[in-house]
Write a protein of this length. Sequence first.
Length: 426
Amino acid sequence: MNILLLGSGGRESALAWKISQSELCDKLFIAPGNGGTGAYGTNVALSPLDFEAVEAFVGANGIDMVVVGNEDPLVAGIYDYFAGKRPGLLVVGPSKAGAQLEGSKDFAKRFMTAHGIPTARFRSFTQETAEEGCRFLEELKPPYVLKADGLAAGKGVLIIDSLDEAKKALREMLGGMFGKSSATVVIEEFLKGIECSVFVLTDGNGGYRVLPVAKDYKRIGEGDTGLNTGGMGAISPVPFADETFMRKVTERIIEPTVKGLAEEGIIYRGFIFLGLINVEGEPMVIEYNVRMGDPETEAVMLRVDSDLVQLMKAAAEGDLGDLPLRHNPATAATVMIVSGGYPGSYPKGKVITGLDKVTDSILFHAGTKKLDDGTVVTSGGRVIAVSSLGKDIADAVGRSFKSVDLVDFEGKYFRRDIGRDLMNLK
């Protein structure tokens, strides 16, 4: 098969790495890719949101399957576009209607309510109902959770301790803080617990497979302090996501989600990301994403022992059948190296050294660019995801930290406490 992978981050690097190992993969193209994805296939200077250009490339290069890495093309309707233009093309990802699970927080919460899926109490508000929103905040206990309804590049969630500040933030969000994304704001009850990410591959006809569970680290500072980021690292598996917990996840969340999509006539053939929180042993949904997570993918792919292309092909065809998804029992740890200043403003074009010295980990490039002379430079906030397998969390993170020390560029920063909280769990 000739495969086109859309995206340019660490997630796409990990997917490209895994896809390239499949006997089913003849040619792999990554659009647009980054400074490291060229090791697994051919980078193509295409925007995933330029559907016409993507379609022209598909036709000119005999592409059999398109794997959509990030959410923007899915929310914009790339599945539906190709269903109309090239009905024989396999697309791994949901229809535009299915992508609303991530594209609209309000849609997702209403979907969960309709299908009895456990989630936090919530209500949605617009500028016309802002005062009602303020009164709803008064009914809740701090901290207060406010979410922009639409996509906001991972920045549309505010958690505020003060009621007055929460009311002020609500008005500012509805007034355009996040542009059109916050024209509707979802206010929800704060849930206290520890989070994890569960990934499901579904064929849209009731069949699904659960990938290895992971936990990511969102805050820039150690001890989960400071600003939110796209993710500073990840661990898989997660100690508390044991057989009992996962049975609850399957029965109360995964199966009602898959069944609910079918009942509503929504075409969904791809990955479902379940952002969960463990509240005293009970799983509840914080959010849905309609693709794999980043940086969790950089840990999860190391633990998938099955042929991912075979599984994605079957899902896109609508029949996973009895194909197995085998998990490597080892522990995977990902440590993200980021640019100084991230998640605020940061410089680009810093020369990266030491990449060739790493032998005990896999380097998944995220925000990098390869120059004509072969030099690799920084081009984003999150630069390289250093991923390693080990016998346990301490072993895996230890390997990653040793490799992190070998890679260098001006302003380099990373968290030294990835996985520490999980090692302390009893």
